[in-house]
Write a protein that binds this ligand. Sequence first.
Ligand code: FMN
Length: 217
Amino acid sequence: MALKERLRGLKSLAGPFAPFDATATPDDPRGLFETWLCDAIDGGIPEAHAMTLSTVDEQGYPDARVLILKNVDADGWHFASTKLSPKGRQIAAQPRAALTFYWQPLGRQVRLRGPVIEMSREICEADFLARPIGSRAGALLARQSDVLVSDAALDAGLAEQRRRIEADPSTVSPTWAVYAVKPNEVEFWQADEERRHARLRYRQENHGGWTSERLWP
Ligand SMILES: Cc1cc2nc3c(=O)[nH]c(=O)nc-3n(C[C@H](O)[C@H](O)[C@H](O)COP(=O)(O)O)c2cc1C
């Protein structure tokens, strides 16, 4: 069968889904996000904390990749990476990003957009030290997305950083960063089997409060 036919034969948004009452929601999107995230975690959805981070490069081209959500607090939605990676460099040049979550069994998507801030050195270092030794070794190498010429080069690089950590377990990478996206727009999207999807978009006002409005599906 041709790929086009195979794709046409696949189901999407088949449900059944719990209805979402977009008229009875909190004033602040953070609370609703935490409810939806916890629904996904409690529902056993694998990697419920995986999200797509979209940034733009210096030519204005969008770039996107999946990352792990580390926290949500008053500073925003947190993720961690090396500053020397393409995403780190893109954020340094253009500190704005979008995050997208999709929890397929629930038929739910959340989209956020806003400025990105780098958290304090204290937070970055604490995050680094909480990582398993293999992840710390990789982060110390700080070669993410560089061209890899051989497995031997990777193995040797990791082994060298591992020895460094074993010799001094307090070693931290100066280029490891925790970032937070502080959204000024958050959209909640709940699928409906009859395609009457429910959408609610929050937008931040100049005074810091939020307004919300429903969107056509
Ligand atoms: C489920 C999943 C989780 C990931 N988590 C992270 C993460 O937390 N931090 C990170 O730097 N890369 C993570 N990655 C790898 C990124 O998707 C990406 O390959 C890497 O960060 C390089 O991106 P860049 O070249 O745009 O900087 C994850 C990938 C997947 C599939």
